[in-house]
Design a protein around this ligand. Structure first.
Ligand code: GLY
Length: 423
């Protein structure tokens, strides 16, 4: 089988590594890919938003399955373009990817179908939003309606911060049209858990849980990032909580999307907050999480192609999804200064130390292959994942493995997985 992956981050490298393990796969292509993906796939320089060119490539190479890793092309309708051309593709169509593409859509869906989430209001003008803030209790959460590179969520502790946030999103348009509409919601407290689920439009199968670390600095301080590290499973996501989520959140979301004529096929990422009143949905995404994929996929026992094909064919109920009974921790190595200003082009050494080391992985995010070797090419550079018998062992292994890699301006958080000490 020939498989084509669309995307260029650590998530796509983790997907490519799983695909490479499939007994069905002979050849992997990736667009645009990165320096690490290039070791297991042929990378082609077509942008993830160049839908027709990507479909041309899939036709020309007689690709059997295309996997869309990233949110922007999914929300933009890449799956519809491929399907219209008779190409087999894994991911939700545009009318289903809206669950990630519009925060107001997803909040309205949850309200209509009684799926647990917090109170919210939607605003289309800054004046209405500012009026609402006069009587709101703080902290509150401001969310740009559309995609904003994971940076469109602002936690505001005071009315002044909220006014500034409204100006940033709606007047200064820092995230363009994504801020034309904003959702203002109550601030929820508790543990955050990410649960990625395979979906076939009717059935939904949750994978093992994970927890992300979104802030740039230790102690959950600093700016929001795409994610600085993650661990799996979450010890806070108990079997009782899982049961609750399966009956009150996951399947109801599948059913709600079907009832709306928006059958969801692909990966539904449910961002949960385990609040004192029970689990509530923080947000939905329409793809694997990054870096969550980097701890979840290495623990999956199934052949990923079997599971994805079952999703496309509406036969997910026939799959026995299984994960290893162990743990994994991923520490992101970033360029110092991320998520603001940082330098690129720094030579990376030590990557060969991961070769043939069972249970250790180095997933590339912002890297580039040059004549001088692999160099840094982004804010999040690498995800170093290690497995262990339990979370403590996986964490110790991951923090040992990050020492194998060097590059100038290497930055990481030192407390990924520290929360497990409180479990
Ligand atoms: N780690 C969060 C995300 O993928 O959106």
């Amino acid at each position: 089988m020939k498989v084509f992956i669309v995307g260029s981050g650590g998530r796509e490298h983790a997907i490519a590594a799983s695909v490479a393990k499939s007994r069905k796969v002979d050849q992997i292509y990736c667009a645009p890919g990165n320096g690490g993906i290039a070791e297991i796939a042929e990378c082609v320089s077509i942008g993830a938003m160049e839908f027709e060119k990507l479909a041309d490539f899939a036709e020309e190479k007689e690709i059997d399955l295309t996997i869309i890793g990233m949110d922007d092309p999914l929300v933009g309708g890449i799956v519809d373009v491929f399907e219209e051309r008779g190409l087999r593709v894994f991911g939700p169509r545009k009318n289903a990817a809206i669950i990630e593409g519009s925060k107001s859509f997803s909040k309205d869906l949850m309200k209509k179908y009684g799926i647990p989430t917090c109170h919210y209001e939607t605003f289309h003008s800054p004046e209405e939003a500012l009026l609402y803030l006069e009587t709101a209790s703080f902290p509150i959460v401001l969310k740009a309606d559309g995609l904003a590179l994971g940076k469109g969520v602002l936690i505001c502790n005071t009315p002044e911060e909220a006014e500034e946030g409204i100006a940033t999103l709606m007047l200064d348009k820092q995230f363009g049209d994504a801020g034309d509409t904003v959702v203002i919601e109550d601030f929820m407290t508790g543990r955050e858990v990410s649960v990625l689920c395979y979906c076939d439009g009717t059935h939904i199968k949750p994978m093992t849980s994970a927890q992300d670390h979104k802030r740039a600095k230790d102690g959950d301080r600093g700016l929001n990032t795409g994610g600085m590290g993650t661990f799996s499973p979450s010890p806070f996501y108990t079997p009782e909580i899982q049961k609750f989520c399966e009956t009150k959140i996951y399947q109801p979301t599948m059913d709600a999307m079907k009832a709306e004529g928006r059958d969801f096929v692909g990966i539904l990422f449910v961002g949960l907050m385990l609040t004192p009143e029970g689990p509530k949905v923080l947000e939905y995404n329409a793809r694997f999480g990054d870096p969550e994929a980097q701890v979840v996929l290495p623990r999956m026992k199934n052949d990923i192609i079997d599971v994805m094909e079952a999703c496309i064919d509406g036969k997910l109920n026939q799959v026995d999804l299984q994960f290893e009974d162990n743990a994994a921790v991923c520490v992101v190595l970033a360029s110092d200064g991320y998520p603001e200003k940082y330098e690129k082009g720094k030579r990376i050494t030590g990557l060969e130390k991961f070769k043939d080391k069972e249970g250790y992985y180095v997933f590339h995010a912002g890297t580039k292959a040059t004549d001088e070797g692999i160099v840094t090419n982004g804010g999040r550079v690498l995800g170093v994942t290690a497995k262990g018998a339990d979370l403590k062992e996986a964490r110790a292994n991951a923090y040992q493995a990050v020492q194998w890699v060097s590059f100038e301006n290497k930055y990481m958080r030192n407390d990924i997985g520290k929360a497990i000490d409180e479990a």
